[in-house]
Design a protein around this ligand. Sequence first.
Ligand code: CA
Length: 236
Amino acid sequence: MRILIVEDESRIADFLDRGLRAEGHFCVIAGDGEEGLSLAQEGDFDLILLDLVLPKMHGHEVCQQLRMKKVSTPLMILTAMDSVDDIVAGLRLGADDYMTKPFSFEELLARVESVMRRSSTRQEENPSLQVGSVTFDREALRVFVDGEEVHMTAKELAILELLMSNPGKLFSRERILSNVWGLNMDPLTNVVDVYIGKLRKKVDTEGGESMIETVRGLGYRLHMPPGSGEQPQRSG
Ligand code: CA
């Protein structure tokens, strides 16, 4: 799963990030409410873990704005504020669950799994994405080209999943950076181009047109194979 962690205490964010990655999830960390809100709208996440007391924008407002904008990603509040009022307010604003700090990682994991089971997410409905000859198994995080498994690094998987979830949609380098590396990366770095190059070597048919189209000066998008329509073919 792609999980957005909105947490300003880096110690807690790192703890969550490490633990969730070890369970096979992919995490992006936002350090304040505004960044969290913007990433949550753009990043195509399966779950949001949201702290309440955040710089720039309170977690309650992040939650409210997301639901007003019809972003229905499952959302769990993580907060040191254990007053009933804060928790009730969060749930009323559209949160799916909450945990009060400090919490054990095992308990968090159990709650995350329970939230995911309760919500009918796109991932559960469509565990795999298919575009052209490339199949992305979102549960096992495995990629197959013409039925043959291709091994990918975590970042390559994250970029490919982002592009394959939105075929035909244009992603700027900045947007790919913030989705895959978080917002603390230097926007002038060419790391996105380097990784797109690596991905092309793995998913493209030799001599054929690249699956990932470069839109000069703007960014990248997944090339839709002829006749495949507007929506990605989903299987599973
Ligand atoms: Ca905080």
